[in-house]
Design a protein around this ligand. Structure first.
Ligand SMILES: Cc1cc2nc3c(=O)[nH]c(=O)nc-3n(C[C@H](O)[C@H](O)[C@H](O)COP(=O)(O)O)c2cc1C
Length: 427
């Protein structure tokens, strides 16, 4: 299970040259990406949320990763929400290295790459004119021991147990192993391209594989550590052969752990990504054992939970000439979101209200629904995952602004995953 990150998942494509008075209008306006030349109908972006709505078989990997009709329904629903850019939840590139059970997988070693199913997902997501971007991921050492007791990672340093989940000791990847992973990312991108996706996003945030800490030519200096990302981008271009295919990267602003990736490094990697022709960089932060979500990381985050990476996004924007910067995290109000186009903002959960962007654009809502959870990113995360499944199933979405529903949900979780929930409540 991926235990971090609160709910919401609004993001904004930054355009700092606008004035405050016009920012709200700006967020409604189209944005054209510099390298692909593709245009999104507005600057709202739904960031990746692991849907866990694919098939899963514990012992037979060939029964895994197939997109279901629930997944299609979920994207049909988000499409109706008038979101400019929709990024899928993380799609795994190896059938036995998963972020969670129920992940979608594109792996040439599976009996099928599920092209027809991906065509359906793309059709659903694009039905109202949104761009659809598939997020590709390898979890590295952050794979539950129940799924993979022998993770592969840049080094042999084990992931500390988090949220009641245990992790195996990783084997450092060989150079051949790295080449294989590069090819797998490119292959998965080519399948999504064939299925009608507008682009891909490489997940280089939150401590997964592409957050790299090696000491050979894929490690050490920052340029070396960014090497795997740059090779994947080159391999995708080769495999897809379409200049209008969007390539994006989700990048940590900082890991917020000792010896983790820091802000200065993040800026340097972003500059390399711009040279490599990355259309937009989505900034995030934290790894499994350290959630970045508040004023803890000042001065690059704002004082409240709302828009907590906006400060960093602004800083990064000032270092880039072409690539767009997307700020994700903690948005809750329309004014906040509008301001974020200039500076900082708030947002609302797209799992609680999948049509929220449409309602904001129509002027029908100014603020996302709140929730009555105690301050716990883990609980909000699990609650969002529950809402995703409800939307996929065509059920009513649980209203966590209702204290009774929150209490019932916590009680249910305490029965199902007691260790994780007590950690979430009492840490
Ligand atoms: C249920 C859930 C699943 C998530 N899955 C992913 C994921 O697959 N890939 C990713 O990059 N981020 C994932 N995130 C993190 C979000 O994309 C986002 O960065 C984070 O929730 C902070 O933004 P927010 O405060 O608007 O929610 C997930 C978040 C939630 C709540």
């Amino acid at each position: 299970m991926q235990p971090f990150h609160p709910y919401a998942q609004y993001s904004f494509v930054q355009q700092p040259e606008q004035t405050t008075a016009s920012t709200y209008m700006v967020s409604m306006q189209p944005v054209t990406f510099p390298f692909s030349g593709r245009t999104a109908k507005n600057r709202f972006l739904k960031s990746a949320m692991s849907e866990r709505l694919a098939t899963f078989s514990p012992f037979d990997p060939s029964g895994r990763g197939q997109p279901t009709e629930e997944l299609v329904r979920l994207y049909e629903t988000w499409a109706k929400g008038d979101i400019g850019i929709i990024v899928t939840g993380n799609i795994q590139i190896k059938k036995d290295h998963l972020e969670a059970t129920g992940n979608t997988i594109i792996d040439r070693d599976l009996p099928s790459v599920y092209l027809q199913e991906w065509i359906e997902v793309a059709r659903a997501a694009k039905s109202q004119g949104s761009l659809i971007i598939g997020q590709l991921n390898h979890p590295g050492r952050q794979v539950s021991i129940n799924i993979q007791p022998y993770p592969e990672a840049p080094s042999d340093v084990e992931q500390p147990s988090t949220g009641g989940v245990l992790f195996g000791r990783p084997t450092p990847l060989t150079k051949d192993g790295i080449k294989d992973i590069v090819n797998r990312f490119a292959y998965a991108a080519s399948v999504l391209h064939r299925a009608g996706f507008d682009g891909v996003q490489l997940h280089a945030a939150h401590g997964y594989l592409l957050t790299n800490m090696r000491t050979d030519e894929y490690g050490g200096s920052l340029v070396n550590r960014a090497q795997i990302l740059l090779e994947i981008i080159a391999a995708i271009r080769q495999a897809v052969q379409s200049p209008s295919f969007i390539i994006s990267v989700k990048l940590n602003s900082q890991d917020s752990v000792p010896e983790g990736f820091c802000i200065e490094e993040s800026i340097m990697v972003a500059k390399l990504l711009e040279i490599a022709g990355v259309d937009f960089i989505e900034v995030s932060g934290g790894v499994y054992e350290q959630i970045t979500r508040s004023s803890r990381d000042k001065p690059y985050t704002v004082e409240t939970r709302e828009g907590y990476f906006v400060g960093y996004a602004e800083l990064l924007k000032s270092h880039l000439n072409l690539s767009k910067v997307v700020a994700t995290g903690g948005f809750q109000t329309s004014q906040g979101m509008a301001d974020a186009v200039l500076a900082r903002d708030r947002g609302q959960p797209l799992t609680a209200e999948p049509l929220l962007v449409r309602d904001i654009l129509r002027g029908e809502k100014k603020k996302a629904k709140g929730d009555k959870f105690p301050e716990s990113p883990m609980l909000r995360f699990v609650a969002s995952a529950e809402q995703i499944a409800e939307i996929g199933n065509g059920q009513d979405i649980t209203d966590f602004d209702n204290a009774f529903h929150v209490a019932r949900f916590i009680a249910k979780m305490q029965k199902e995953i007691p260790a994780a929930i007590s950690e979430a409540l009492f840490s």
